[in-house]
Design a protein around this ligand. Structure first.
Ligand SMILES: Cc1cc2nc3c(=O)[nH]c(=O)nc-3n(C[C@H](O)[C@H](O)[C@H](O)COP(=O)(O)OP(=O)(O)OC[C@H]3O[C@@H](n4cnc5c(N)ncnc54)[C@H](O)[C@@H]3O)c2cc1C
Length: 514
């Protein structure tokens, strides 16, 4: 997951004065893509023939054209098939490594649409993917030959200022939430790239700039509305269906389609301090040691992210960046250890609107449209061997950019019990990830880039235990099960109750055993 790299790039490379320009370019691009998609949507799709498809077990099936027509007619949103205008845009996901062709894409605009989609898929035993922001690294939100239940038109956000809560539809992006909440002086923990989906990010855990203060995104979920595999619409919160409420907080998309989240918000100062220092590769080991020492006694008013990155052009370095949410007059004292180290090739500290910071990493390496491969894991302790392992293999490679990100997991997330939510790794000290990124057209370097990253990770992995479910890439079922730790048995019980046929299986899957 490029949580780290985008930030490293944003903090260390891009001048902050370019943020506004980048944001304007991005908006213009998104507008033109959206306009093109809407203007080309078919007014009336012709369902002329039965459709070949894939069932839940991977076998070939045929979908009856009359059933498809009934399904399409029942939707307030849009149903697309491979010859529909806009289909090739609708099936694209953020990681262009995945080039999958679903039999159908249901662009839902209501809870009733989501229910109809689940009922249609279930009655046809059809393989089904659920899509919000489309940022799954492993491409789980699109499938070959199945149905994609696309929630991206369900992106409404309502804020209740009086009780500091947000009601967010299951297809909203992080930017949709920020745009509504931040002007009201409110925020909650969400990720660092605004085009990531609230749905996938939250259900898997949700790490971000506010986590050391307010916990993970799941620690701020007060309840959900969810369509389960039998097509029922349930509420899950501390009082209603508490087992399901527990399961959706870290269990990913295993239990149904969340059509609405209720989040706890917190008072948030609109202006924050942004800082970013970059150090050359020649002092990389000492700079990483500095980073770990700095994190060791960092106040929770700091968001900090460190790591190493190497671009295709051979420029590399260690970055330490983040935000300071405390009294701005303290910032020099707070950042003094980073300054005293010397050696910085860049050093930027500026006050900036938090809303802007939440978008600073949206472009460049994080923009949709590249091919990626990433591995991730949780560290419990940090030592010189780890630092040496992280640094030593990194070298310039013209076929890809590469980054390692290190995010501290202390503070509020560590104060929640390992069994209070599905997130079993409350004792982790850092999340570490290694990400390779290359051009979308460069399919001939896929094999080379993936095997290089895997070999790198083989060296780092022994320092880790467990991984973030939203960083799942190619782990086997045994690794997925053990990653849920002592929560796995309870998850299986919840799965048995709400999804006994494993209808929702394109995720960090909990297999039912009923
Ligand atoms: C550029 C980038 C930046 C990232 N930054 C962060 C970060 O700062 N912090 C962090 O924690 N993670 C981050 N991630 C990882 C991110 O959490 C996962 O990729 C997540 O799955 C993305 O959610 P999505 O809705 O965009 O993805 P999608 O691909 O749409 O969904 C992923 C999966 O989530 C499930 N799902 C999504 N929505 C719903 C729903 N409403 N109901 C039921 N199931 C649903 C489905 O199983 C789906 O397959 C980042 C990823 C990228 C690509």
């Amino acid at each position: 997951m490029p949580l780290a790299y985008g930030l490293l790039a944003a903090y260390a490379a891009a001048g902050l004065e370019t943020i506004t320009e980048i944001t304007m370019q991005r908006r213009a691009l998104l507008k033109s893509v959206a306009a093109a998609a809407v203007s080309t949507l078919p007014l009336k799709q012709v369902w002329a023939a039965d459709l070949p498809a894939i069932n839940l077990d991977g076998a070939d099936i045929s979908l009856d054209k009359a059933d498809i027509r009934d399904f399409a007619d029942s939707l307030s949103g849009i149903l697309m098939q491979p010859d529909s205008t806009g289909y090739d845009i609708a099936r694209q996901v953020w990681n262009r490594f995945w080039d999958r062709r679903p039999a159908l894409i249901a662009r839902c605009t209501s809870v009733d649409d989501a229910v109809a989609a689940v009922n249609f898929a279930r009655s046809n035993n059809l393989l089904t993917a659920v899509r919000c922001g489309g940022h799954s690294m492993s491409g789980k939100s699109v499938c070959d030959g199945g149905l994609v239940i696309d929630l991206s038109y369900m992106n409404r956000v309502d804020i209740n200022v009086a009780d500091k809560t947000a009601y967010v539809e299951g297809g909203a992006l992080l930017g949709d939430l920020d745009r509504k909440a931040l002007p009201l002086g409110l925020a909650t923990t969400a990720g660092v790239v605004s085009h990531t989906g609230v749905g996938g990010l939250t259900l898997g855990g949700g790490m971000g700039r506010l986590q050391r203060r307010f916990g993970l995104s799941i620690d701020n979920v007060l309840g959900v509305e969810i369509v389960t595999a039998d097509g029922k619409v349930l509420k899950a919160n501390a009082k209603e269906n508490p087992d399901l409420y527990w399961g959706v907080r870290g269990g990913g998309g295993n239990f149904g389609i969340v059509t609405k989240f209720k989040f706890q918000l917190h008072a948030m100062n609109p202006m924050v301090i942004n800082f970013g220092m970059r150090y050359p590769m020649s002092v990389a080991k000492d700079a990483l040691k500095l980073y770990f020492d700095f994190c060791d006694d960092a106040h929770e008013d700091l968001f900090i992210l460190g790591g190493v990155s190497m671009r295709e052009d051979g420029t590399g370095g260690v970055s330490i960046g983040g935000n300071y949410f405390g009294d701005p007059s303290n910032v020099d004292r707070v950042l003094k250890p980073l300054r005293d180290f010397g050696n910085a090739i860049s050093d930027r500290v500026i006050p900036i609107e938090y809303l802007k910071i939440q978008k600073v990493a949206d472009d460049g390496v994080n923009a949709p449209g590249k091919r990626r491969y990433a591995k991730g894991g949780f560290l419990r302790e940090v030592n010189d061997d780890l630092i040496t392992t992280v640094i030593e293999r990194i070298e310039p490679m013209a076929s890809r950019s590469f980054s390692v990100g290190l995010l501290p997991m202390d503070g509020a997330p560590a104060r929640v019990g390992a069994e209070d939510t599905v997130w079993a790794h409350r004792d982790a000290s850092f999340n570490i990830d290694s990400t390779s990124t290359w051009d979308a057209a460069n399919t001939d370097v896929d094999e080379e880039n993936i095997s290089w990253n895997r070999a790198y990770w083989n060296d780092v992995e022994p320092f880790t235990r467990g991984f973030y479910v939203n960083q799942l890439i190619d782990e086997d079922q045994g690794q997925v099960n053990s990653n849920y730790g002592s929560n796995h048995a309870r998850l299986v019980q919840v799965k048995n109750k709400y999804d006994p046929t494993n209808f929702f299986r394109l995720n960090a899957n909990v297999r039912p055993n009923a």
